[in-house]
Design a protein around this ligand. Structure first.
Ligand code: GLA
Length: 513
């Protein structure tokens, strides 16, 4: 390679050229560079986006559009300076009023690197290249506007938060037909089914390959899904399954991208009653809020168009305020967080973090703070009791994540306390919320259909705490009965409140009439 010393130019001339070159880049206006003008196609994505920028020199300045298979949207607030560009993508066709997505770009010749600011959920990177030949014309020839997404009708399922079991928390990808059958048997023999735990949900790891017609089959560990569904149904239970709107699931198995209707039909044929639809690799094909909604809506519509009622569980970890549009894409529940783990601080962070989402939840559509860890061994009995208490106050789905075949007596009694379950399953479907907090002690309440109030006191501290609750502080008056739901006994009346010592991470749950 040549270097400066090999060239015939004297050193001072090189310096001048370097300085001129520098001035050239930084000193010129964007207009005279003009290099943003025209069409750019984002590379790599299955769903590509064409960005078109125009400089209307004397009038509005820069204007632009973004075209994808979801239609065309406007680019606003375009600021272009040197090699840097920033603009907003305006989404008006969605099922929620999203704030515009802010995009930052860096231009490098025919390459435009983009960073989409997906609100508080981090950045999404995309790379675009300058449109070549027909690429630009093709997109321009078919603009159309982004069709407002039409909300789906209520499927009338999940009038109460779904209850059941899911394979993920305990078994992860080590799940097979035999284990699922044994779990189904255990749900029956332990009395969990009769306590309400109805769904047997297979999570990730069941998928095999598609045949020549694109039909998805189970892998070698799931040789016959229809037979498995028959078996689960014969035990008086329902069967759930798992997929992704992306090409791959989180575990790297086949997803439903491009096969949505076909997979929905397959599930119905097999006798599936519940689908968890997990974002995972969908981020490689969709990125904006509108695209995400369209992807979930697509499967929602496919399920509703089928011949079998299937509960639809959205799993996209709470992005883009899913609680505000989950129902509209046909969802019966939607995850509001990333994954739970079997230790106190994680469960505590997720559970107590749900306060404030009350308005999104109700019969037919529930916030889902993830599956239960009760019985998996990573928390104390008090911590698991707090876990269930909190989930019940939140009207959260109660999906067991343990090995039901090896249930201890303690875990069984935690999970089958009918008075606690009744709080979760209350027909009013209100989600409870925090009433007050003092230090690490919190009082939460949830109104119930018979006019009574579920009240919980939590000690989040690592040390025991003395708690003092005045009924007036939870707006309870004319109390005729206070029942301790874990102890299953009535507390003495009259009293103006409740006083107790709670163990570290302990809780008391009462029904106040
Ligand atoms: C994600 C989900 C989990 C589980 C795994 C499976 O992490 O949030 O609940 O389904 O994928 O791979």
């Amino acid at each position: 390679m040549k270097n400066a010393h090999d060239s015939k130019l004297p050193m001072h001339a090189i310096l001048v050229l370097v300085i001129l070159g520098f001035w050239n880049v930084t000193g010129q206006t964007s207009e005279s560079l003009g290099s943003l003008e025209g069409a750019w196609v984002s590379d790599g994505d299955v769903v590509s986006q064409t960005l078109t920028f125009e400089n209307n020199k004397n009038k509005a300045g820069w204007t632009g559009t973004a075209t994808s298979r979801f239609g065309i949207i406007r680019l606003t607030d375009i600021v272009y300076n040197g090699n840097n560009v920033s603009f907003s993508e305006e989404y008006s066709g969605g099922l929620n009023d999203f704030p515009p997505v802010r995009v930052l770009g860096v231009l490098d010749g025919d390459k435009l690197s983009l960073k989409l600011d997906a609100f508080r959920y981090g950045y999404i990177d995309r790379v675009a290249h300058r449109a070549r030949g027909k690429e630009a014309i093709g997109q321009r020839a078919n603009p159309g506007t982004m069709q407002p997404l039409k909300p789906l009708a209520d499927n009338r399922l999940a009038r109460r938060p779904p209850m059941g079991w899911n394979s993920w928390n305990h078994f992860e990808l080590r799940i097979d037909d035999k284990t699922v059958r044994e779990v189904a048997d255990a749900l029956v023999s332990t009395g969990l089914r009769d306590a309400g735990y109805m769904y047997v949900n297979i999570d990730d790891g069941w998928q095999g390959s598609r045949d020549s017609k694109g039909e998805l089959r189970g892998n070698e560990r799931f040789p016959d899904m229809r037979k498995l569904a028959d078996y689960v149904h014969s035990r008086g239970l329902k069967l759930g399954i798992y997929s992704s709107p992306g090409p791959r699931t989180c575990g790297g198995f086949e997803g439903s991208f491009g096969h949505e209707e076909q997979d929905a039909r397959t599930y119905a044929d097999w006798g599936i009653d519940y689908l968890k639809y997990d974002w995972c690799s969908a981020r490689t094909v969709y990125s904006t809020p509108g695209e995400m909604q369209a992807a979930y809506l697509k499967m929602g519509a496919a399920l509703q168009g089928g011949k079998r009622p299937i509960v639809y569980s959205l799993c996209q970890y709470g992005m883009f305020d899913v609680g505000r549009w989950g129902r509209k894409v046909g969802g019966n529940l939607w995850r509001t967080t990333s994954d739970i783990s079997d230790y106190w601080s994680r469960m505590e962070g997720i559970g107590f973090g749900q306060n404030g989402r009350e308005n999104d939840a109700g019969p037919g559509g529930w916030n889902d703070p993830d599956m239960l860890e009760v019985g998996n061994g990573g928390m104390t009995l008090d911590e698991y009791r707090t876990h269930i208490t909190l989930w019940s106050l939140l009207s959260a789905p109660l999906l067991l994540g343990n090995d039901v075949r090896a249930l201890s007596q303690e875990t069984r009694s935690l999970l089958t306390n009918r008075e606690v379950i009744a709080v979760d399953q209350d027909p009013l479907g209100f989600q409870g919320h925090r009433i007050s907090a003092s230090g690490r002690t919190e009082i939460w309440a949830k109104p119930l259909f018979d006019g009574s109030l579920a009240v919980a006191i939590f000690n989040r501290d690592d040390a025991p705490a003395e708690v003092q609750l005045k009924w007036a502080s939870v707006r309870a008056a004319g109390i005729t009965k206070v029942r301790d739901l874990w102890a299953q006994n009535d507390l003495p009346l009259p009293s103006d409140g409740y006083h107790a010592f709670l163990r570290p991470h302990g809780t008391v749950l009462m029904r106040v009439q």
